[in-house]
Ligand binder design. Structure first.
Ligand SMILES: [Zn+2]
Length: 128
């Protein structure tokens, strides 16, 4: 069954999940989500690249109130969740984090069943 992705362009693939970024042909800046213009130098020669699927927690926080739309609270009501930045090497990715994490933890990419039948992504701590 095809998944309803939160945004098709975020993914280079879903089985296994891989996020898509962009790399500038001029200055090699990597961006996520992928862009058509380099955020570093405004070059338009950028290419889509698959991003590493494993990284480390750069920082995190608890989201304790419902974000503004387009976020939709689940039918049973908003529940706090953890968000953070994951350092994938060439780029920091803002993401949900599932389960307990600490700064510096190694995490890997997972598909995440969001509410309303939508699939997003998150990172989960790698059990070493
Ligand atoms: Zn650039």
């Amino acid at each position: 069954m095809a998944r309803l992705l939160v945004e098709d362009g975020l993914f280079a693939g879903t089985d296994p999940p891989v996020l898509a970024g962009s790399r500038c042909s001029s200055c090699a800046t990597v961006a996520f989500p992928a862009t058509s213009r380099c955020p570093g130098c405004a070059e338009t020669m950028v290419s889509r690249i698959p991003l590493p699927t494993r990284g480390t927690v750069w920082t995190w926080t608890d989201q304790r109130f419902a974000p503004k739309p387009p976020y939709q609270s689940p039918a049973e009501g908003f529940a706090p969740f953890v968000v953070g930045y994951v350092d994938l090497g060439p780029v920091l990715v803002e993401s949900r984090l599932t389960g307990p994490v600490a700064i510096g933890d190694e995490v890997d990419l997972r598909l995440l069943d969001l509410d309303h039948g939508i699939t997003g992504f998150g990172f989960q701590r790698v059990e070493l």
